[in-house]
Write a protein that binds this ligand. Structure first.
Ligand SMILES: [Zn+2]
Length: 122
């Protein structure tokens, strides 16, 4: 699993939403934990490489309109030196975040499907 570290929680949730859109078809799921995103590729056919994750993260940052000074690879982590988001700037997409594990998705149906895994015997 690949980790992406940012400075700001607000930027991290916007980036996670973009990554969820990009990675949905590959069954790779982003999990949000404060300003850190973990990409879970355990159910994917092809594991995500660090280089690929780096390219996707850079692309998603631009698309989400997040300003960053640098993006670098450090061990198994991608470190984004993002700038402070402007006050009052809201995420452009509605985001569903699992209160149990931080799973993030812009899709409501996927969110409800996901929630079920936390309730044994549902
Ligand atoms: Zn969950």
């Amino acid at each position: 699993m690949i980790r992406i570290r940012l400075n700001w929680e607000k930027n991290a949730s916007r980036l996670a939403a973009k990554l969820a859109e990009k990675l949905a078809e590959r069954a790779i799921l982003p999990f949000l934990n404060r300003s850190q995103i973990v990409l879970d590729d355990t159910s994917a056919d092809q594991p995500l490489s660090l280089q690929e994750a780096y390219r996707l993260a850079a692309e998603a940052l631009t698309e989400a309109g997040i300003k960053s000074r640098s993006i670098s690879i450090s061990g198994e982590e991608i470190v984004v030196d993002d700038e402070k988001p402007e006050a009052g700037e809201e995420p452009p997409v509605k985001l569903y975040i699992c209160p149990h594990c931080g799973f993030v998705t812009p899709y409501e149906e996927e969110y409800w499907n996901h929630l079920k895994i936390h309730y044994v015997g549902f």
